[in-house]
Each structure stands twice: as structure tokens, then as C-alpha cells.
Write a protein that binds this ligand. Structure first.
Ligand code: GAR
Length: 201
């Protein structure tokens, strides 16, 4: 089995979209792949409820309990490799999927998962890396916004673009209404990009 480990910090709707697509498109039989575990840095992340209901292995590592970013990332790597190694031929997760995981990762973490680490960002990268993407797009007068699935490098919200979706910015939009419109598209492009990676495309 190719094991996927998904990292979340909050609602986990992208994680849920990937889990649902894995079931619907039968990744287990078609691609020999499965979502093996969901890991959160927040104990109260809403997405953990969905993950537990779907009988996925879950783990919580609170970054505040670690003395440094390096110490947290080392513990996180160990947990991902433990959960992602179980039942896999390689003894390693095939893919680590950041889905609203709101932590900056150390170069060591990124190097450890080189070629196996992807993220979704709520803007049309390379525009609007970082936080508050929707408000910034509105403030700039953008007519279009969107989301990007990309490989992860040590540079924040950077790396090869795997898929993108575009939505209009409408008159009267707030950050919340725009975010909701973009999120609907994220739920389409993220499962699709992951499926493509698993099938070697
Ligand atoms: C998504 O919009 C995702 O693109 C964004 O957080 C949201 C998580 O929603 N990620 C980032 O901002 C990463 N810098 P979800 O928890 O419901 O998937």
C-alpha cells in the first residue's frame, strides 16, 4: 500500500474531500493507495472528528509543547513515519499532504519528504504567498482569485505548481465570501492532484 498522511490544523475540509475521493474512486484497488492517518498540531481541530468517524488513525502533536521548531518538526517526522510506515512496502509514507496545516516547516522536514510533500494554498501562486490571501486579493482589486496545489520547498508557499483553480472576485465580496468560493474549488483540485501524483502522472 502507498500510504498518505494528511496534516491539518483546523476544519479539515480538504482532508475530508481527499478521504471521500479515495473512497469514491477506490484508490485502494485502483492505485494501491490509502489515507493512512491524519495528524494535527491542534487537539481541537474540527477535522479530527471526521477522521475518527472514518476510522482513520489520528495523532495530535501540540507544537507549543516543544522547545523549538526543530524539536517539533523532529517529533512530527517521527510520528508521520510511524503512522505512514505501517502496512506499507516501503516502510515510509508515499505522500505527505498539507491540508490547512498552519505551520512553517524546517528545511530538515522539507528535505526528509523531498518529492513526497504537497500543499494547497488559497491564492493563485505566485501571487499572495502567506496569510490573509483573500482580503489582500480584494484590497488589490483583483478580478480573479483561486487556489494552488504545489510541491513544497523551503521557501514559503513556493514550489512546482501541480494544479490551480480560478474563481471570480465579485462586487461586494468579503474575505469570507471569497474564501468560501475558493474552498469549493480546493475540494475539487486537491483530490485530483493527489490522485494524479499517486498514479505517477
Ligand atoms: C484552506 O483554504 C487552505 O487552502 C488554507 O487553509 C484552509 C484550510 O481549510 N491553507 C493555508 O492558508 C495554508 N497557508 P480546511 O482545514 O477546511 O481544509
Amino acid at each position: 500500500m502507498k500510504n498518505i498522511v494528511i496534516l491539518i490544523s483546523g476544519g479539515g475540509s480538504n482532508m475530508a474531500a481527499i478521504v471521500k475521493q479515495a473512497e469514491k474512486a477506490d484508490w485502494a484497488h485502483r492505485l494501491g493507495a490509502r489515507v493512512a492517518a491524519v495528524v494535527s498540531n491542534k487537539a481541537d481541530a474540527q477535522g479530527l472528528v471526521f477522521a475518527r468517524e472514518h476510522r482513520l488513525a489520528t495523532a495530535v502533536l501540540d507544537h507549543k509543547a516543544y522547545p523549538s521548531r526543530d524539536a517539533f518538526d523532529a517529533a512530527l517526522m517521527a510520528e508521520i513515519d510511524r503512522l505512514g510506515g505501517a502496512g506499507s512496502m516501503a516502510g515510509q509514507p508515499a505522500l505527505v499532504v498539507l491540508a490547512g496545516f498552519m505551520r512553517i516547516l524546517t528545511p530538515g522536514f522539507v528535505a526528509h519528504y523531498a518529492g513526497r510533500l504537497v500543499n494547497i494554498h488559497p491564492s493563485l501562486l505566485p501571487a499572495f504567498a502567506g496569510l490573509n490571501t483573500h482580503q489582500r486579493a480584494i484590497d488589490e482589486g483583483c478580478k480573479f482569485a483561486g487556489a494552488t496545489v504545489h510541491r513544497v520547498t523551503t521557501e514559503l508557499d513556493h514550489g512546482q505548481i501541480l494544479d490551480q483553480a480560478v474563481v471570480p472576485v465579485l462586487p461586494g465580496d468579503t474575505a469570507a465570501t471569497l474564501a468560501a468560493r475558493v474552498l469549493t474549488q480546493e475540494h475539487i483540485i486537491y483530490p485530483r492532484a493527489v490522485e494524479r501524483l499517486l498514479s505517477g502522472g
